[in-house]
Design a protein around this ligand. Structure first.
Ligand code: PAF
Length: 269
């Protein structure tokens, strides 16, 4: 595996790109392995993007584990680990990318400029890497949706591929934040995947919604932000006739914010 800060060291025509902010875990390894199915030129970037953090202390506290990251990336099949310099990503003024109305709901509601920061950096990373494919985890479903929208709007010739959410054996979606959960917090956090699974077993929208609320409210230590079912294709709230429904949940356990989502069954109609 090549480790470089210079994008000119690896430009090629068939790159599959896995952008990350480091602190790699099994979820990232799975994205790299999926990317490997399309190309043997898998470029993984690590860039902790200041634009997508609400405050300076979150940015400073963001875990940085470069040696472990290099091992995980290489074992998962990356051919290049790209560690760009901040001045290459942001050489003075760069055009910011506006996410539009969907950037201000759900995750965007509590983190006002977050998605503008995400789209701006992803656009810069795409400009520099010029991949053929780029993969983003479904766990950040709103991010994935907005990146697909950006690619469509700017007609960027890159295929955006969704990466499956990887779960621990107890059902908790893998995230770099999970290490901050105590054993007791983790027990409480399991209510999120339990609510999603319960909703997934239901046949109608109202039963799905009821299941989300019922299971989440059974855990007093979980403080919900939102729990709803959206139309995957528009990100609007689903109606009964919506074919591709997805349940989204966000909330806090002991002050730690967690998000997760799951596709719902296509109802037999
Ligand atoms: O999902 C992430 O890790 C980040 O939001 C991304 C896409 C790498 C942009 O900084």
């Amino acid at each position: 595996m090549i480790i470089t800060s210079n994008a000119h060291d690896f430009r090629a025509s068939n790159i599959a790109f896995v952008p990350t902010m480091g602190a790699l875990h099994q979820g990232h390894a799975s994205l790299i392995q999926q990317a490997r199915q399309w190309s043997n030129q898998v470029v993984v970037s690590i860039f902790v993007n200041p634009l997508q953090f609400e405050n300076k202390s979150d940015l400073e506290k963001y875990p940085r584990t470069p040696e472990k990251d290099a091992q995980i990336a290489e074992r998962a099949g990356a051919s290049v680990l790209w560690l760009p310099n901040p001045k290459d990503i942001y050489p003075g003024e760069v055009a910011t990318v506006e996410p539009g109305a969907i950037g201000n709901i759900f995750e965007g509601q509590s983190r006002s400029s977050h998605f503008q920061g995400v789209l701006t950096v992803v656009k810069r990373l795409f400009d520099l890497v010029q991949p053929q494919w780029a993969i983003f985890g479904e766990k950040d479903f709103q991010q994935l949706f907005l990146i697909k929208e950006m690619v469509r709007e700017f007609q960027i010739p890159i295929s955006i591929m969704p990466g499956k959410t990887i779960r621990d054996s107890d059902g908790l979606a893998i995230s770099s934040r999970n290490v901050r959960l105590s054993a007791k917090d983790r027990e409480s956090a399991l209510v999120i995947s339990q609510a999603l699974i319960s909703a997934h077993e239901k046949e109608t929208l109202s039963l799905m919604q009821e299941a989300l609320e019922k299971v989440l409210s059974s855990e007093p230590l979980f403080r919900p932000d939102y729990a709803c079912i959206i139309d995957e294709d528009t990100f609007e709230l689903a109606i009964e006739a919506t074919p591709n429904k997805r349940a989204l949940i966000a909330g806090w356990v002991n002050g730690l914010r967690l998000i997760d989502n799951m596709p719902m069954k296509i109802s037999a109609r």
